[in-house]
Ligand binder design. Structure first.
Ligand SMILES: [Zn+2]
Length: 211
């Protein structure tokens, strides 16, 4: 029996912890800016990387991992997994995991489906391959559209609580509003006593409250 797993948007925990995530990178300009923010204020994040961006940017991928951040899988070519057959879906994910493993020597356990396109069939396939499908609470912040720094912050703020998983984008197009929003948010959250942890760390906190 395969237990289907829906997208995880948050975890139940009493710990004052939040997981910030960044999709679509690595990006030669914006990923280093995000890394710098976490270096300055403290905390770790999770980067859901796309295979086509990983190619030729191995050094940047390694830097992200070396600084203690987690790397997750965001498919090879940023496709809707729900529009592919099983073989092609698996190929999109496993090809990217192989690339990541070659660089950072672990296989990602986290998967964020592009456009959060997910269904029962994908759940069955990828839980069998031991991936955890990760969503996020603040999808309505629409940072990928660059709607303004204050818009991104205001929409994200509504979802700040223990165990939140938050989504931002460090790849494709101009991400300067995202970078500025993240800079302010990280600084505020740290001041408010939140621990910024990787998604895997956050998931462990949920498990530990149950026993
Ligand atoms: Zn994406």
């Amino acid at each position: 029996m395969v237990t289907a797993m829906p997208l995880i948007h948050e975890v139940k925990t009493k710990k004052r912890a939040i997981a910030m995530t960044f999709d679509d990178g690595p990006h030669s300009v914006y990923t280093p800016q995000i890394l710098e923010i976490f270096k300055t204020y403290g905390g770790k994040a999770t980067f859901f990387m796309v295979g086509v961006q990983i190619i030729n940017q191995a050094a940047l991928v390694k830097t992200v991992a070396d600084q203690g951040h987690e790397i997750g899988n965001h498919t090879f070519s940023h496709v809707k997994l729900t529009e592919l057959n099983e073989t092609r879906s698996v190929e999109e994910i496993e090809r990217t995991s192989r690339l990541i493993r070659e660089i950072v020597s672990y296989k990602p356990t986290l998967l964020r489906p592009p456009y959060l396109a997910w269904d029962d069939h994908r759940e069955a396939i990828f839980s069998r391959l031991r991936y955890k499908p990760i969503g996020a609470l603040n999808v309505d912040a629409l940072d990928w559209r660059q709607p303004g720094t204050s818009f991104i912050l205001e929409r994200t703020r509504r979802h700040i609580r223990n165990g939140s998983i938050l989504i931002f984008h460090d790849g494709y197009g101009d991400r300067s509003q995202t970078v500025e929003a993240v800079r302010q948010l990280v600084s505020q959250l740290i001041q408010e006593g939140y621990h910024l942890v990787t998604v895997s760390e956050l998931l462990k906190m949920a498990e530990s409250t149950e026993d």
